[in-house]
Design a protein around this ligand. Structure first.
Ligand code: PLP
Length: 286
């Protein structure tokens, strides 16, 4: 098992210094990314991840120079060459390499880099027992719907939460609770699941979409996509975050106060179990 990389379709040793100084991803964060989980040697939900990648590229006017079939092949190649069966695959596409100038350079070819790493076992405890979170100001730009390489707001927010002994920072913009720094946020109140509506202020998480359109609907759980404030969160019985790496992680403490009973709630647990069942089915796990 070895963590390896791929540049423009070719496997490389991850320790090679292949990013050019003039790459616009390096200079400006001018690019997009995706993260896909691999379970039992199979990519989970690759199609919606790649659909979102193409959308992000379109929104930033970066030409899509790889087909879905090629990108699928690159994911499979990384799994095969690395021998890592349970992994996270990171994919970045930058606008390309060109002498530094803010406006888009002409005739620049987008650059693809990918890497594969074993899944982190460190977050399994959070999934089982729940995690601590805190509310923090949402200081990001106004296009959080694009999965862009510009993650400074998210990075600073995550560090603020980490410094306070929390796993995740739940962001608040103009009094409205938006999402985590690397996850979508849900609360459960009186058996109804609430989450911020899809718009430019949050990332439309692949996991979020599965929770709303497949899991909750199959389980007969009502989900509303509506705005809510801090006071609403504090009155909720359960809270959880969703994400490709996070999967469904319960939040048991918010701002050092217990959420509901302070232990993992029944609605969250049901959704979490159903999410794992989906993975088992699609990735032929167990
Ligand atoms: N919101 C933000 C800001 C994220 O960074 C992420 C994941 O990286 C998510 C939500 C969850 O998205 P997904 O479920 O597609 O991983």
């Amino acid at each position: 098992m070895k963590p390896i990389g791929l540049v423009d379709g070719k496997i490389i040793d991850i320790s090679e210094n292949i990013v050019s100084m003039e790459d616009r991803g390096h200079q400006f964060g001018d690019g997009v990314y995706e993260v896909t989980k691999v379970y039992n040697g199979h990519c989970f939900a690759l199609q919606p991840h790649m659909d979102r990648l193409y959308r992000s590229l379109r929104e930033l006017a970066i030409p899509a120079v790889y087909t879905f079939e090629e990108l699928t092949e690159f994911h499979e190649l990384l799994i095969k060459e690395s021998g890592i069966m349970d992994a996270a695959i990171y994919l970045q596409i930058t606008r390309g390499v060109s002498p530094r100038t803010h406006s888009f350079p002409e005739n620049v070819v987008p650059r693809l880099t990918m890497s594969i790493r074993p899944s982190s076992a460190a977050i399994d405890k959070n999934k089982a027992e729940g995690c601590k979170a805190m509310l923090i100001p949402d200081e990001r730009w106004l296009r959080c719907d694009i999965k862009s390489l510009n993650l400074l707001g998210n990075v600073l927010g995550k560090q603020k939460a980490k410094s306070a002994g929390c796993w995740e920072g739940i962001q608040v913009r103009d009094g409205i609770v938006t999402e985590g720094t690397s996850s979508n946020f849900f609360v459960v109140k009186d058996d109804v699941v609430w989450t911020h509506p899809k718009c430019n202020l949050i990332l439309t998480g692949v996991t979020r979409t599965l929770v709303i359109e497949k899991i909750a609907s199959d389980l007969g759980i009502v989900v509303v996509e509506k705005k809510f404030d801090e006071a609403f969160v504090k009155s909720a019985q359960e809270a959880f975050i969703s994400g490709t790496s996070t999967e469904i992680t319960p939040i048991v403490t918010l701002n050092n106060q217990p959420v509901g009973s302070g232990s993992v709630g029944p609605v969250t647990r049901k959704i979490q179990k159903e999410y794992w069942t989906l993975i088992d089915k699609e990735c032929q796990r167990k």
